[in-house]
Design a protein around this ligand. Structure first.
Ligand code: ADP
Ligand code: MG
Length: 243
């Protein structure tokens, strides 16, 4: 589905240059939830941006569905980018627009109306009834679920998530990750999840790449953690956990 072949990316700024990625080889399978972990500056966001061609590699090839992204015309690249959704740590919602206007935006940019699709997606991310609200009135977890709905209205086959839960507390993190699992199941979306939160990757991903200084330090199968006891009220669980 997504294949990196000996991919390197060097940013040149004036006389200095930074090698953000160095000789990356990896393949993400169709319908996989693939994690990318690493410390700040290890190249995670650059790796994502190479998949939707917001960045071009300095060397090597990035293939999506067997197609070399670099060989496409700019029109083809634009069309392909519409088939790839993206979700960010800071949600990137338009503050002066309603939830519904935010979610229909990608369709309006394509000349479609999309109200019905947007409402369906809001229901899917468990945000039905919030369509007239402005983002400032939502919690972080709700904002991120709206951002996921916006990413989904164009029915992308690939969803790129850059630290989607890193601005959220643990309850909201679980909600957002549950929605991403639903997305994968319902739409067979291939998801690439960048996160420095190892627990999030451990709980959700099939495999993960570990980046270190732009290099692929490890590529590993992920073993899910044992299921947690979820019985009783919060107070009962808290008391039991603490005692
Ligand atoms: P991460 O997401 O893991 O924190 P990034 O992919 O954002 O890492 O960055 C990897 C390295 O590339 C960092 O040293 C960063 O400063 C550098 N970098 C990223 N984007 C640019 C850019 N547009 N121009 C110059 N340097 C960049
Ligand atoms: Mg980053």
């Amino acid at each position: 589905m997504i294949e990196f072949r000996s991919v390197s990316k060097t940013f040149v700024q004036g006389r200095s240059s930074v090698t953000a990625l160095d000789g990356i080889d990896l393949t993400v399978a169709e319908n996989e939830m693939f994690g990318v972990v690493g410390e700040s500056g290890s190249g995670k966001s650059t790796l994502l941006r190479l998949i939707n061609r917001l960045e071009a590699p300095t060397a090597g090839t990035v293939l999506v569905d067997g197609e070399d992204q670099g060989a496409l015309s700019s029109r083809q690249q634009r069309r392909r980018r519409q088939r790839i959704g993206m979700v960010f740590q800071q949600f990137n919602l338009l503050a002066n627009s309603t939830v519904l206007q935010n979610v229909t935006l990608p369709l309006r940019l394509q000349g479609a109306r999309g109200r019905d699709t947007a409402l369906q997606m809001l229901e899917f991310v468990r945000m039905a009834g919030h369509q007239g609200t402005h983002p400032a009135r939502l919690s972080g977890g709700e904002k991120q679920r709206v951002a996921i709905a916006r990413a989904l209205v164009t029915r992308p086959r690939i969803l790129l998530c850059d630290e989607p839960t890193s601005a959220l507390d643990s309850g909201h993190t679980e909600e957002v990750m549950a929605v991403l699992q639903d997305v994968r199941r319902e739409f067979s979306t291939t998801i690439v999840l960048v996160s420095h939160e190892l627990d999030v990757v451990k709980a959700s991903c099939d495999r993960a790449a570990v980046l270190e200084g732009g290099r692929l330090a490890a590529l590993t199968d992920v073993t899910p953690p044992p299921p947690r006891e979820r019985t009783g009220t919060y107070a009962e669980r808290a008391a039991e956990h603490l005692s």
